[in-house]
Design a protein around this ligand. Structure first.
Ligand code: AMP
Ligand code: MG
Length: 331
């Protein structure tokens, strides 16, 4: 065979091999976009068409949930609730369901997780802009408006005392990840995948190579490093909270975004980051935030109480690690 022809045949074989490898039923595809204030990453294994359809459905649901829960979308249930004097009559059932979970988690964590800290978060944000600490009076005023238990849920109606405002920032992404996995799992043509919304991540099905899904947990002190990787099983959601995620700077000092409802100040429990694995995303997300406030001892006691099923990895401010008994080992 003439060299040129031989080359052409080889090139064709290569292209065909590549196409069959790339478009097989186990093909890996990834979509990335910004939604609900974070980077959303979706990885799907399966047929190209099914994955494309999956990406479109994920984007649509994230947009819908953002339209319900974002503080920045004027027409969202939460923005409308916060603007109202006494509540709204027509919240989406998913909003009511999430607020119900938030109430249960607030009660179970002795108020350390509380979605009505919104006005206190706003105060710290303003103080960061003005480079000053909040006054004791300002803190006391905002704390007087806290109390998830004071929300009244009935059907599609959400009632609240005047001045109480809601911020779902510590629970919404976990809930969204659970809803997205439920949307994708079982889709014909998809064999598995992963959905990550910044600090919450979950998987479904399996990988074509049969290996488990692995996720790394970042080093709270250095975003370029990890403290190790974890195996994440289908049916589990991993949520991570940390004092490095967001903060304001006042007089050169960082004040992070997880607030202690007792003091009105950023949590100072000796923990720098907490990772929680639970079956329900809202639970994992809310508990990771709550444990940052509660600290190691109260978290261990909470685990023993059996109120919620979960495992937690605690990263202390000195960089050492602790974990609940069933927490999968870091590699
Ligand atoms: P996360 O990153 O999931 O820990 O959530 C932190 C966000 O939740 C903050 O940016 C606040 O909007 C809000 N937040 C802060 N402290 C608390 C708390 N103790 N309970 C509930 N939400 C909180
Ligand atoms: Mg959280």
């Amino acid at each position: 065979m003439e060299t040129r022809v031989r080359c052409a045949v080889l090139a064709l074989v290569f292209v065909l091999l590549c196409l069959s490898g790339c478009s097989g039923a186990d093909r890996k595809q990834t979509d990335e976009f910004y939604g609900m204030g974070t980077l959303v990453t979706v990885t799907l294994y399966g047929e190209g068409r099914a994955a494309e359809d999956g990406f479109a459905r994920v984007r649509a649901l994230v947009a819908e949930l953002e339209g319900l829960w974002s503080l920045n979308v004027e027409t969202s249930d939460i923005a409308r609730l916060n603007r109202s004097d006494g509540g709204i009559p027509d919240a989406d059932e998913r909003t009511v369901a999430l607020l119900e979970k938030a109430q249960a988690l607030c009660a179970a964590t002795d108020g350390n997780f509380d979605v009505t800290l919104a006005s206190l978060s706003a105060l710290w944000q303003n103080c960061g802009d003005e480079n000053r600490l909040p006054t004791d009076g300002e803190i006391a005023d905002r704390l007087a408006r806290v109390g998830t238990g004071r929300l009244e849920l009935s059907g599609t109606a959400v009632g609240k005392p005047e001045g109480v405002t809601v911020d779902l920032g510590a629970i919404a992404k976990g809930e969204a990840v659970s809803l997205l996995i439920r949307l994708l799992d079982g889709t014909e043509g998809l064999t598995g995948g992963l959905v990550s919304m910044g600090s919450s991540i979950a998987v479904f099905g399996g990988k074509p190579d049969g290996k488990p899904f692995r996720v790394s947990v970042r080093d709270p002190k250095d975003g370029t490093k990890t403290v190790g990787t974890l195996t994440l099983l289908p049916g589990e959601v991993l949520s991570v909270s940390g004092d490095y995620e967001r903060f304001v700077t006042i007089d050169g000092e960082p004040y992070h975004h997880i607030l202690d409802p007792r003091t009105g100040y950023p949590s100072a429990s000796g923990l720098s980051s907490v990772a929680v694995i639970a079956e329900d995303g809202a639970t994992a997300d809310a508990l990771s935030t709550a444990f940052m406030v509660m600290g190691e001892k109260k978290t261990t006691d909470f685990r023993q109480s059996g109120a919620y099923a979960f495992e937690a990895l605690l990263i202390r401010t000195d960089g050492t690690l602790a974990g609940t008994a069933g927490m999968p080992a870091l590699e």
